[in-house]
Design a protein around this ligand. Structure first.
Ligand code: GAL
Length: 356
C-alpha cells in the first residue's frame, strides 16, 4: 500500500462502529493506569516506591517526587516508648521522576545519609523527614528543606540542601532553629510572585509558624507569623487556588491517624479560617488511615489537585503506603472523597468515578 492511502485507512478504522475499542482523538491526556490508594505502588523497575512524607516539584514538564527513604528494621527506642515513636535508621531522601504522575522512575537517593559522621544531621541515628523541594529562579538551584532531629525528636531543627539538577545530588548546608524556635513537621510553599515560605510545627507542636524565606530560599528572612495558635498541628500542606491559600494539616498523634483539618485564607499570613475535616467516605474520620503530606497542582489544569498522604505502618515503617486522592472544590470549600481506584483523566466525571 502506498502512503497515499494510509490516512484514508486510519480514518476508516476510527469511524468503525462497535463497542470494541473507542479511540478519542479529542482527549489531550493519555488514559494512564489508575491510582490505587493504600495499595503497594511499584516504580518502573518493579520495586515499591520508597518516598514517604514527600512532596512534588514540577520542573520542565517532569514531576519529581522527593520522600523519606525508609528501609531496614523498624524499632522503638527507649526514649520514644511513651509515645510509640517507632523509627528506622534515617536513609536519606529518595527521588522519583514521572511525566504522568502514575509511572515513577527511581532516581536514587538524592540526599545521602552520612553513616561515617556520627555528629552529622544526616547520620542514620538521626531523623530526616518531610522533604520539600523548590526551584530558585535567581540562583538556578533546587532547594530542599527537611525536618532534622535527634532520635528522640528533641532537637527539632530545619535542614537545608541544594542541587544543580532536580534529581540531585543535593549538598547539605546545615540546620537551624528558625526564629529561635523548634521546628518539626514542615512544608515549603512557593507563591506565584516567586516568594517562598516554610510552614512548620513550632513551640513544641503547639503553634504553626509561617516564615518567609530569603530570596535565595536558603534562610529564614525573619518575617514570620504564628498561625493556628495552640491548635497543635502537624503534616502541614499549603496550596493556592482561585487566588486564595488553602491549608491541610493533622492533629499530633505520632504515626497513628486522626481527622484531617483544613483552612482557607486570603493571605498566607492569615487570618486563617478553619473549615473542618475535608475527607469524605469510609474512614474519613481518620483521614483514610493516613496523614497529609502535599497537594499536587496538576500542570495545565488549574482546577485539578491531588491530595497526597501517607498511610503509616508504625510496626513496619518501610511498608507505609501512599494515599493519593482527587481534591474537589465546591461551594467555597474543598472535599477529598475516597476512591478505591481512580484515573487522572480529562473529564471531572472520570476523575471522581470509583473504578471498582
Ligand atoms: C508524625 C509526623 C511524622 C513523624 C512521626 C513520628 O506525627 O507527622 O512526620 O515525625 O510523627 O512519630
Amino acid at each position: 500500500m502506498t502512503n497515499r492511502f494510509l490516512p484514508l485507512l486510519v480514518a476508516a478504522i476510527l469511524c468503525l462502529p462497535g463497542p470494541a475499542v473507542r479511540i478519542s482523538l479529542a482527549s489531550p491526556v493519555p488514559n494512564t493506569s489508575p491510582f490505587r490508594p493504600g495499595e503497594v505502588w511499584l516504580d518502573t523497575a518493579g520495586h515499591p516506591i520508597n518516598a514517604h512524607g514527600g512532596g512534588i516539584l514540577l520542573h520542565q514538564g517532569i514531576y519529581y517526587w522527593y520522600g523519606e527513604n525508609k528501609q531496614g528494621r523498624t524499632f522503638l527506642p527507649e526514649s520514644n516508648k511513651s509515645w510509640d515513636g517507632y523509627r528506622v535508621e534515617a536513609g536519606g531522601i529518595r527521588c522519583y521522576s514521572s511525566k504522568d504522575l502514575v509511572n515513577w522512575r527511581d532516581e536514587g537517593v538524592v540526599l545521602r545519609p552520612e553513616p561515617n559522621e556520627p555528629t552529622s544531621d544526616l547520620h542514620p541515628s538521626k531523623v530526616c523527614e518531610r522533604p520539600k523541594v523548590v526551584f530558585n529562579q535567581l540562583t538556578r538551584k533546587f532547594v530542599m528543606w527537611v525536618h532534622i532531629d535527634t532520635e528522640d525528636y528533641q532537637s527539632a531543627r530545619a535542614g537545608v540542601a541544594t542541587a544543580d539538577y532536580p534529581a540531585g545530588p543535593f549538598q547539605y548546608l546545615g540546620s537551624v532553629n528558625p526564629e529561635g524556635q523548634d521546628s518539626r513537621d514542615q512544608t515549603v510553599f512557593q507563591d506565584n510572585d516567586t516568594k517562598a515560605y516554610r510552614i512548620y510545627s513550632s513551640e513544641n507542636n503547639d503553634t504553626t509558624y509561617v516564615s518567609l524565606l530569603t530570596d535565595d530560599y536558603l534562610k529564614h528572612s525573619g518575617k514570620f507569623a504564628r498561625v493556628f495558635v495552640k491548635r497543635r498541628m502537624e503534616a502541614q500542606v499549603v496550596f493556592k487556588h482561585a487566588n486564595r491559600y488553602w491549608f491541610i494539616g493533622s492533629d499530633c498523634t505520632g504515626w497513628d491517624p486522626n481527622p484531617a483539618r483544613c483552612a482557607v485564607a486570603n493571605s498566607i499570613w492569615g487570618p486563617w479560617t478553619e473549615l473542618g475535616n475535608p475527607c469524605r467516605g469510609p474512614q474519613a474520620e481518620d483521614t483514610f488511615m493516613a496523614q497529609s503530606t502535599f497537594v499536587i497542582p496538576v500542570a495545565g489544569k488549574p482546577d485539578v489537585f491531588i491530595f497526597m498522604a501517607d498511610r503509616w505502618n508504625k510496626s513496619d515503617l518501610p511498608d507505609s503506603r501512599y494515599v493519593w486522592l482527587p481534591l474537589e472544590f465546591k461551594d467555597q470549600a474543598f472535599r477529598i472523597p475516597w476512591r478505591d481506584a481512580w484515573r487522572l483523566n480529562a473529564s471531572k466525571e472520570d476523575r471522581t468515578a470509583n473504578l471498582r
